[in-house]
Write a protein of this length. Structure first.
Length: 112
């Protein structure tokens, strides 16, 4: 990815976030950055709280950024929990903190 190739690792998450926003703009993607999103419990239509997501791209892909030495299972579980709580099917977890860029795509199915 261009952002990691340019900066490498070692910066705070917000730097990668701003650079990735520039990439989204250049590619013409529709997105919202640090968007306050409703959290839902079970299959109700009534939100029980909110949380700020790093990006919501094209109104259907949740993008969460990290700047850690390595991704752990807890970060992957966190992403699945976010998708479930936001009622979103697709997520992308990107870690800029490792020597090589780490990313994982998540698809929320009825089985998760």
């Amino acid at each position: 990815m261009a952002v990691h190739s340019f900066f490498g690792n070692g910066f705070q998450e917000v730097i990668y976030q701003r650079a990735l926003e520039s990439e989204f703009q250049g590619a013409g993607f529709s997105y919202a950055r640090e968007v306050e999103m409703d959290i839902f419990y079970k299959d109700t239509n009534h939100p029980i709280g909110t949380r700020r997501a790093d990006f919501l791209v094209e109104n259907k892909v949740l993008v969460e950024l990290k700047a850690l030495i390595d991704l752990d299972d807890v970060h992957k579980t966190q992403m699945l929990n976010y998708l479930r709580a936001y009622n979103i099917e697709v997520g992308l977890l990107i870690n800029f903190g490792a020597k090589s860029l780490q990313f994982k795509r998540f698809i929320l199915t009825k089985n998760h």
